[in-house]
Design a binder for this molecule. Structure first.
Ligand code: ADP
Ligand code: MG
Length: 718
């Protein structure tokens, strides 16, 4: 490799940027030939930078490792030893058992693996292994059952990094250690550039990026691992925040939006007709939105609020403000049921409001709200489309159908997206582009359930955020019970009957539409049959699921709204938005199958009126995660608290979801563990951008490299 580097004035060569490291193909490393490179690419390691960002998943601290003689029964232990014997055999039920003996000079440890036949190939005599697991005793000898196995090869050193190893890609931990050592050796002279301003490093007591990169791969002790990790976690999160905040800034500087001339005429009438005052939080958020709308830059705002916090009114206020200034508004909902629900609610809320008739200057006409879903008949559809284009429709409500090619607006000024994690950024962009002319409409995104603050900063970090953190007064908290057995379920159906007798209504939610051989969960159609002939015999029970036609669904829902049916047996089609204040019981069957956010959202369908409400979570739960979810719901009705628990249980993967699809930017950081660093990274990003710090070009380039070019483009579309 000395031949590749020009010998003179090496001193003068600038430190290696992330872009430099990313430009170095993995094959330029000694020991990585075409075959190894192919394996590494399978693990998404293409460049030297990728390799340096292929971090150990844990470390073995040899100063604290136990000998086999030291292992204590009933406790967890870690030992390093050599494999002395491997046996594989078939046992009952066509399963395999692999038994392995490992010794370290102080004793012999027996290890068993059930149904992991490949272990017999992975482990062989003489192979050094690190085992971590609970120590049991078998005929007086120490034993571990399915321990964590790390192949560390012949690595020396007090602290041994353990890399994620891939059986399929045939990459062992020891290989990665060797290659990253080689990469670090080659970077030693020029060092890795660290564009983060000294002031930030001093204030946060961060070590240098080069040092951090060395220490994460070749630590001297566990304390230096912690320091390295702190610095590199920051770098990762900072890259994301800098990009997001910068996008926000660029948009503010370049995009031309609508300066709404809200008169307050329509909104005042709407608010006066409510019969209740807005909550403090609603007033505050309405002001935040109004300020944005009055600004000539397009609004990009996220409205967060717990179930039942009254987000719809805030959204309608924004839509009406747009109409006051002679713009059109659009509301996009994730399902047809919800779009219909919104249309019915909003139509009745705005009933009687008049707007100026632009077609004949002197007169007024009623404000027009229209619903456009797949269920709308062709003739109506044509008419609605034509009147949307001519400007006669003031507010158009729909599902995905609003972003179809055939929909054109006269002058779209305000878009509300009721998101429920189902609309991607791309769809938002399409809808925005439906505005005529060069002015972009304002966009308000509503989440159906709260998401944790740190996750919101990362997933929606390019949006401004408004939070409705106050429920309207007079809500009685929903009592939640877990009906785990037949006795409790009997009590549950009895309580449904009691409530119906008192004039209330109930929902019964099932995970499936039809019975299935493959999934053991109750279906809506079966449950409907069973209940009408059994526990709920004599009550007026209706069935609602996603395979019914729009017209059928609408009919069932309006009968339920009118109070003509007592009990609605449904799938999760009722998950969001359904608002029937007279319903006071929510029964969720096989509740362990649903996620926390979904359960909270479903539960939010009751407790919307003056009567006390109950939620029953029914069914046996077989997983500990399912149990934890149900316990969370029983223990709390606070959506923000539940969102945090959800993040704890599930990790970030699911929350990042669609938006971060394909984005492998969180290598080291965790939105759970590193909450504070997310906020810090955002603060620093804002600070540096506001100060127009000279380090910005280099820092932004780091972001681009870390996020990957395509990902950055993806963010930009938002
Ligand atoms: P979400 O935030 O879940 O979308 P909604 O907008 O559907 O909540 O509102 C839930 C219910 O609360 C609706 O019936 C709505 O009319 C009512 N509501 C909204 N704001 C208030 C308020 N300030 N006072 C009393 N009731 C309110
Ligand atoms: Mg709602």
């Amino acid at each position: 490799m000395t031949t590749e580097e020009p010998p003179p004035n090496t001193q003068a060569r600038p430190p290696l940027t992330l872009r430099d490291l990313d430009a170095l193909d993995i094959e330029t490393l000694k020991g990585v030939g075409p075959k190894r490179a192919e394996s590494l690419r399978k693990a998404d390691v293409y460049s030297v930078l990728d390799l340096l960002r292929y971090y150990p998943r844990r470390y073995i601290d040899r100063t604290r490792e136990a000998t086999i003689a030291d292992l204590r029964e009933g406790e967890e232990g870690m030992v390093l030893g050599k494999v002395t014997r491997v046996e594989s055999r078939r046992i009952r039920g066509n399963r395999t058992m692999v038994t392995v003996k490992v010794s370290d000079g102080t004793g012999t440890l027996g290890v068993t693996f059930f149904n992991q036949p490949w272990r017999a190939k992975q482990l062989y005599e003489g192979l050094p292994v690190v085992l971590f697991g609970k120590v049991e005793s078998f005929r007086g000898n120490p034993q571990m059952s399915s321990p964590i196995v790390d192949l560390i090869g012949d690595q020396t050193g007090k602290i041994v990094p353990v890399y994620p190893q891939s059986e399929k890609a045939k990459i062992g931990s020891a290989d990665v250690a060797r290659w990253s050592a080689e990469a670090l050796r080659r970077a030693e002279q020029r060092t890795i550039a660290d564009p983060l301003p000294d002031s930030v490093k001093r204030a946060q007591k961060f070590i240098d990026r080069h040092e951090a990169t060395v220490e994460i791969h070749q630590p001297d002790n566990m304390a230096s691992v912690a320091q390295a990790r702190r610095r590199l976690v920051f770098d990762e999160l900072f890259a994301i925040q800098l990009e997001l905040v910068n996008q926000q800034r660029i948009r503010q500087e370049t995009e031309v939006g609508v300066d709404h001339a809200a008169t307050g005429l329509l909104t005042t009438q709407m608010l006066d007709s409510l019969g209740f005052p807005l909550t403090g939080a609603q007033n505050r958020v309405i002001e935040e939105i109004s300020a944005d709308m009055h600004h000539p830059h397009p609004m990009h705002r996220l409205l967060q609020g717990d179930v039942g916090a009254g987000k719809t009114l805030v959204a309608v206020h924004a839509l009406l403000s747009a109409v006051e200034g002679k713009f059109q508004g659009a509301l996009m909902a994730p399902t047809e049921v919800l779009a219909e629900q919104h249309a019915i609610g909003i139509k009745s809320l705005l009933d009687g409001l008049m707007v100026e008739d632009t077609m004949s200057l002197l007169s007024e006409r009623p404000l027009r709200v229209e619903l456009l879903t797949n269920g709308v008949a062709t003739a109506d559809r044509k008419r609605i489309l034509a009147q949307t284009l001519s400007g006669e429709v003031d507010i158009l409500i729909g599902t995905h159908s609003l972003i179809q090619d055939s929909v054109h607006f006269f002058n779209l000024g305000m878009v509300v997206i009721d998101e429920q994690h189902r609309f991607g950024v791309e769809q938002r962009a399409v809808l925005r582009a439906k505005a005529q002319g060069d002015k972009e409409p304002d966009v308000l995104v509503m989440t159906a359930t709260p998401i944790p603050r740190t996750a919101a900063m990362t997933v929606y970090g390019d949006l401004d955020v408004s939070v409705l953190d106050e429920l309207p007064p007079g809500r009685t908290p929903i009592e939640t019970y877990w009906a785990a057995g037949d006795l409790e379920e009997a009590a549950m159906w009895e309580s449904v009957r009691t409530e119906v007798a008192a004039g209330r209504q109930a929902y019964v939610v099932c995970p499936l539409i039809d019975a299935s051989d493959k999934i053991e969960a109750r279906s809506a159609t079966e449950t409907y049959e069973e209940l009408t002939g059994g526990q709920l015999y004599g009550l007026k029970v209706a069935l609602l699921h996603g395979r019914m036609t729009s017209a059928e669904k609408e009919e069932v829902m309006s009968a339920f709204r009118r109070g003509d049916t007592d009990v609605l047996v449904a799938t999760t089609v009722i998950e969001v938005g359904v608002d029937v204040p007279n319903s006071t019981v929510m029964v969720i069957l096989d509740a362990g199958r649903f996620g926390i956010a979904q359960l909270h959202q479903l539960r939010g369908r009751v407790g919307r009126g003056e009567h006390a409400s109950t939620c029953w979570l029914a069914g046996e739960v077989t997983t500990s995660d399912g149990e934890a979810r149900i316990e969370a719901l029983v223990g709390s009705t606070d959506g923000f608290e539940l969102a945090e628990i959800d993040l704890e249980l599930r990790g970030e993967g699911t929350i990042m979801g669609e938006r971060q699809k394909g984005q492998n930017d969180l290598r080291l950081a965790s939105l759970r563990r590193d909450k504070d660093t997310v906020a810090l990274a955002r603060e620093v990003a804002i600070e540096l951008l506001e100060a127009d710090d000279p380090a910005l070009p280099a820092l932004l380039d780091d972001s681009a490299v870390i996020l990957g070019r395509t990902d950055t483009e993806f963010l930009r579309k938002g």
